[in-house]
Design a protein around this ligand. Structure first.
Ligand code: FMN
Length: 199
């Protein structure tokens, strides 16, 4: 069994993937690890959708591209220069984020846990719970030789995305993972020096 510390300290985001499909058994293992994450009020207000069909992967990829372009050109406080945007367009043509599987994490409010005046807390804790589940999935996937990247930007087109993929309108997009065997092994991204406030 892989050492948890090795898995955590060697994981890095992967954005270029091999074409080989992810077997169902591995997808099941990865999502099972996800739902072992802690969940606010033990509510399990989450729903995970695994996208593997050619048709739906193409749709997903187009939302990732639209989201990434909106992120670069509209959302970022310091928008990149045009040549940087051109570079991203080229990378999309070459297959960045084109993964054999995507796992979408949705916040599912079908069972509510808090009184209405606490809805902001319930939503925040629900999103946090989905994110912890996606974090578990990233680590289990890495331990099995798969790469992932957390992708937030399709959120900009949430309603269109849900309609296009037939996802339930009442659920909220929390985040997603692209998943597949890595076709690249980027350097580990450095972190700021460890600074702990001990009180
Ligand atoms: C909440 C969240 C949202 C993210 N959204 C995106 C995204 O939309 N696109 C992307 O390429 N990476 C995204 N990332 C990945 C980060 O860019 C990545 O984790 C960061 O650069 C550190 O690199 P590392 O994961 O290799 O250590 C996201 C990560 C998190 C935690």
């Amino acid at each position: 069994m892989a050492d948890i510390k090795d898995v955590i300290f060697s994981r890095r985001s992967i954005r270029w993937f091999k074409k080989e499909p992810v077997p169902d058994k591995d997808i099941d293992d990865i999502i099972s690890a996800g739902i072992r994450a802690p969940t606010a009020s033990a509510g399990e207000q989450w729903h995970f959708v695994c996208v593997t069909s050619e048709e739906n992967r193409k749709k997903m990829l187009s939302f990732i591209k639209k989201g990434q372009m909106a992120y670069l050109s509209r959302a970022l406080r310091s928008a990149p220069a045009k040549n940087e945007i051109d570079k991203w367009n080229e990378m999309f043509v070459k297959g960045i984020y084109d993964a054999p599987a995507y796992i979408i994490g949705l916040l599912d409010y079908s069972t509510r846990t808090l009184n209405d005046e606490y809805i902001n807390y319930e939503r925040m804790w629900g999103i946090e719970s989905v994110t912890l589940a996606l974090g578990n999935m990233m680590l289990l996937a890495w331990s099995k030789g798969y790469g992932t990247v957390f992708i937030a930007v399709p959120k900009f087109y949430e309603e269109d995305l849900k309609e296009s993929l037939g996802l339930p309108a009442r659920m909220e997009y929390a985040g997603m993972l692209a998943l597949g065997k890595p076709a690249e092994m980027p350097e580990l991204k450095p972190r700021k020096p460890l600074k702990i406030t001990k009180i």
